[in-house]
Design a protein around this ligand. Structure first.
Ligand code: NAD
Ligand code: UGA
Length: 459
């Protein structure tokens, strides 16, 4: 039986390994993490991440050929193929701070493999990393000299909220390897794992650098589309055009395509900004300042989009939000996830707290502790001070009742079902709605009496 281990039981490691175990009953998969509490959660009925369809898959294979363990060394020793799916956040301090990827966790994992492995291993770079990381990791592994290693790049393209569908039917699986006999054999071994369910023509092999770079480029292109449509939303607001109509008309061109053209309050998530900044840093290091600047604007546009949304709320509420109750619907960076990393909601709250607004937050999936931790990390005051201004509610109705304004930050489907007539009765007049996701029925809301501001829409 082939044995796979994955170091890192996060949003990528957990679902990806669950899918491999589910589709490959002949493979034993062990997901490893230094965080014992995370492993305990994976072994419980309350998984550490919310992802539609994940629990159903985990329940079918956990304890059969899928295992979660904090015994990292043992897991490494037993495995033939080791995925590394640890976090690679943006560096906070030191050389490249604010842009370069922090590879500390990656290197620690690689050094752990080097120090405990006694049999040949295929090491698979699953985390998103800068180009040339596989080469560096290869040096670390081979310097240990105890056994032989092949290092492959196999970036992950799943999106949160749709991870199970994305893993079931990936557009492609990308495997980058060295072009020598050992590298080709390793790539074939990994390809044969995916071939249990992914059609062969969707399994793409390239050299290592192309694979590493493709991941950064894919995220940059996706984010670029969002920033482009958000830039267009600003033109729409000034001109009377409707951004959804423009997106539809433009996206029907088969060369452009309809996806990722939804104007919003700004993209969030743990990866878009991090990966673009990583690409920007790489370009700068290679002396490509103009290319770096080109991609950097994708992030700058996104920052502006978040700022504009908050300023619109403040201007709309007659230039003061002090002591006014604002209901914030949604805190996750997108629907169908409880993940808040880089969520636009955090920046919206930070600004509204600065203005001393009273904020009532409701999100169906985000843990309250996560919200407090996110707000503490961006507000330069004690948590008790934040808690004088912010309350976390257990329903949208509770958040909206008696508010001056409602701001939608996440496109949760349940927000479309809110009884806005009932909400309107309780609210201060004039009652405002700022739809940062264009998910509500604006005509119906105006009929009730709301003043509605939406992204890229005529007033
Ligand atoms: P995450 O923070 O959810 O999970 C990472 C896990 O690795 C954590 O549980 C942490 O405890 C563990 N870890 C860190 N160092 C370790 C070590 N030395 N040994 C054992 N465990 C260790 O991160 P994530 O969102 O799963 O992202 C992982 C990587 O995948 C990142 O590089 C990210 O860019 C990339 N990626 C993420 C997504 C996504 O949707 N989140 C999609 C594609 C790619
Ligand atoms: C994204 C990519 O889609 C994945 O392919 C990639 O694997 C992943 O990053 C990663 O590397 O981590 P994810 O961030 O989970 O996935 O979610 P997306 O659906 O891409 O959304 C990202 C952000 O853009 C969200 O805040 C979303 O609301 C926003 N968005 C997306 C828009 O504002 N408009 C759109 O049209 C699409």
């Amino acid at each position: 039986m082939v044995k796979i281990a994955c170091i890192g039981a996060g949003y990528v490691g957990g679902p990806t390994m669950a899918m491999i175990a589910y589709k490959c009953p002949d493979i034993r998969v062990t997901v490893l993490d230094i965080s014992s509490s995370r492993i305990a959660a994976w072994n419980s009925n309350n998984l550490p991440i919310y992802e539609p369809g994940l629990m159903e898959i985990v329940e079918q294979v956990r304890g059969k050929n899928l295992f979660f363990s904090d015994q990292v060394d043992q897991g490494i020793q037993e495995a033939d193929i080791i995925f590394v799916a640890v976090n690679t956040p943006t560096k906070k301090l030191g050389l490249g701070a604010g842009r370069a990827a922090d590879l500390t966790f990656w290197e620690l994992a690689a050094r752990r493999i080097a120090s405990v492995a006694t049999t040949p291993k295929i090491v698979v770079e699953k985390s998103t990393v800068p180009i040339k990381t596989a080469e560096a990791i290869s040096s670390v592994l081979h310097a240990a000299g105890k056994t032989s290693f092949s290092v492959l790049s196999n970036p992950e393209f799943l999106a949160e909220g749709t991870a199970i569908t994305d893993l079931t039917m990936p557009d492609r699986v990308l495997i980058g390897g060295t072009m020598d006999e050992k590298g080709i054999k390793a790539a074939q071994a990994l390809a044969s794992v995916y071939a249990h369910w992914v059609p062969r023509e969707r399994i793409l092999t390239t050299n290592v650098w192309s694979s590493e770079l493709s991941k950064l480029v894919a995220n940059s292109f996706l984010a670029q589309r969002v920033s482009s449509i958000n830039a267009v939303s600003a033109i729409c607001e000034k001109s009377g055009a409707d951004v959804d109509e423009v997106a539809r008309a433009v996206g029907m061109d088969s060369r452009i395509g309809p996806k990722f053209l939804k104007a919003s309050v700004g993209f969030g998530g743990s990866c878009f900004q991090k990966d673009i900044l990583n690409l920007v840093y790489l370009c700068e290091s290679m002396g490509l300042a103009d290319v770096a600047e080109y991609f950097h604007w994708v992030v700058k546009m996104n920052d502006l989009q978040k700022q504009k949304f908050v300023e619109r709320i403040i201007h709309g509420l007659f230039n003061t939000v002090t002591s006014k109750k604002i209901a914030l619907l949604g805190f996750a960076f997108k629907k169908d996830t409880g993940d808040t990393r880089e969520s636009a909601a955090i920046e919206i709250c930070r600004r509204l707290i600065e203005e001393k607004a009273q904020i009532a937050i409701y999100d169906p999936k985000v843990e309250h502790e996560q919200i407090w931790s996110d707000l503490s990390s961006v507000c330069p005051v004690e948590l008790v001070e934040i808690q004088k201004l912010v309350t976390i509610c257990s329903s949208a109705l509770e958040a909206c009742s008696n508010a001056h304004a409602i701001a939608v930050a996440t496109e949760w489907d349940e927000f479309k079902m809110i009884d806005f007539e009932k909400v309107y009765e309780t609210m201060s007049k004039p009652s405002f709605i700022f739809d940062g996701r264009n998910v509500l029925d604006h005509a119906a809301l105006r009929k009730i009496g709301f003043v509605v501001y939406a992204i890229g829409k005529p007033l």
